[in-house]
Write a protein that binds this ligand. Structure first.
Ligand SMILES: *Cc1c(COP(=O)(O)O)cnc(C)c1O
Length: 425
């Protein structure tokens, strides 16, 4: 048995499809975000990062770094074990109280990542319900899909944000059967938003539970950063709100918030929570500092919305095929894996701009894109520089501009429509 050849041919297949992934060797510079050092072929070069999920630059906030370093100095580096064995560090107790308050829920539970929180929580909640039926949005994140898979129960996938399809499935199911609707608020590759209130209406009508992933919204939407569910005033109608501490909050970890009984049940039954070492106290304290700051301060949120809107406007004015988005996420359609990779390489090598190509399976084939995430720290001059670099790259690599593509009717049909001047936040 030639084991090695199996791994080599697996990698070869990715190369052949032009979707082998290379990660840039980067060094973020605290205080100078979005500038970073790129190490390449023995040299270090300053570049601008345009695809970070440190959406508000909180990863370099003095309060956050201060809480992290002070806590590490006082309490050491690691958590010292699983919570079952070693107890819960006090900063983690505080963090969970902060998160419960953020979402107006009775309780919250922190996991080592958002991925783990989805996988562990969805599977455990569904397993605790007898013969549960999971209804899952077709564009749900891989971590939710893993949770659904691990639940081992029956699942039905509804078309993306399609209320009529969801209702059809709910109506067809046995009224007595437990049902769990799992979906996201902000879908991070298209930047569109779920009709949360209407999904809650359906869940109430058909007696289903709701589980929402607010990973790309917490910290960024709502008066206190409680996400789209806070902005839309529907947090109290959702059974479980899941989020991350690693994106807008700039640290690491994931969580769920919900009723005391549900959170206690996940704490008590989920292997992905029980059998892994807790988040270190320094990370918990840093996350708490970040959440507290964003509960009080709206400057970062306003700055992000302003710069995202400006980025969309500037791209549209340059005939770049910016895809419609209702949020801070600005995808630009390339539509080909090879061209997408070439554009990304050229932006980095020629222009010192880092935007990771987004290819299948993260997005459907034919919708390969560059996903730009403006933050409050991407100022107007950086946006102008990016626009010029993209136009040069589009021409050099040979990617169609917006006016060179057929404009399609309808949105969200997986062959993204183009908008020329949609500049809303
Ligand atoms: C990134 C992401 C996660 C996972 O969160 P991490 O904290 O990075 O593990 C979960 N859901 C969605 C939609 C994501 O984009």
């Amino acid at each position: 048995m030639d084991y090695r050849s199996h791994f080599e041919s697996a990698i070869e297949a990715l190369h052949a499809e032009r979707r082998y992934r290379v990660f840039a060797d980067l060094e973020r510079i605290a205080g100078r975000f979005p500038t970073a050092l790129w190490r390449h072929e023995g040299q270090a070069r300053e570049i601008t990062v345009w695809c970070s999920n440190d959406y508000l630059g909180m990863g370099q906030h003095p309060d956050v770094i201060g809480a992290m370093t002070a806590t590490a100095t006082g309490m050491g580096s690691g958590a010292g074990g699983t919570r079952n064995i070693s107890g819960t560090s006090h900063p983690l107790v505080e963090l969970e109280a902060e998160l419960a308050d953020l979402h107006g829920k009775e309780a919250a539970l922190v996991f080592t990542s958002g991925f783990v929180s989805n996988e562990a929580s969805i599977s455990t909640i569904a397993k605790l319900l007898p013969d549960c039926l999971i209804l899952s949005d077709e564009l749900n994140h891989a971590s939710m899909i893993e949770g659904v898979r691990k639940a081992g129960c029956r699942k039905q996938v509804f078309r993306h944000n399609d209320l009529a399809h969801l209702e059809e499935l709910l109506k067809a199911a046995d009224p007595a059967r437990p049902k769990l609707v799992v979906f996201e608020s902000v879908y991070s590759m298209d930047g569109d938003v779920a009709p949360i209130a209407e999904i809650c209406d359906l869940a109430e009508r058909y007696n289903a539970m709701t589980y929402i992933d607010e990973v790309h919204a917490v910290g960024m939407y709502g008066a206190r950063g409680g996400g789209i569910s806070e902005r839309d005033g529907v947090a109290d109608r959702l059974d479980v709100i899941e989020g991350t501490l690693a994106k807008a909050f700039g640290v690491l970890g994931g969580y769920i918030a919900g009723s005391r009984a549900l959170v206690d049940a996940v704490r008590s039954y989920a292997p992905g929570f029980i059998f892994t070492t807790a988040l270190p106290p320094a990370l918990a304290a840093a996350a708490t500092a970040s959440i507290r700051h964003l509960k009080r301060s709206g400057i970062e949120r306003a700055g992000q919305q302003r710069q995202a809107a400006r980025t969309k406007r500037e791209f549209a004015s340059a005939d770049l095929p910016v895809m419609p988005s209702d949020t801070h996420i600005v995808p630009i359609l390339v539509g080909d894996a090879d061209l997408c990779k070439k554009a990304s390489d050229r932006l980095l090598e020629v222009h010192g701009i880092y935007i990771q190509p987004i290819n299948y399976p993260t997005v459907p084939r034919g919708t390969e894109r560059l996903r730009v995430t403006p933050t409050p720290l991407h100022d107007d001059a950086l946006i102008d520089t990016l626009k010029a670099a993209l136009v040069e790259t589009w021409e050099a690599v040979g990617i169609p501009f917006a006016s060179q593509r057929p404009v399609r009717a309808g949105r969200r049909d997986h062959a993204p429509a183009l908008v020329m001047a949609k500049a809303g936040g």
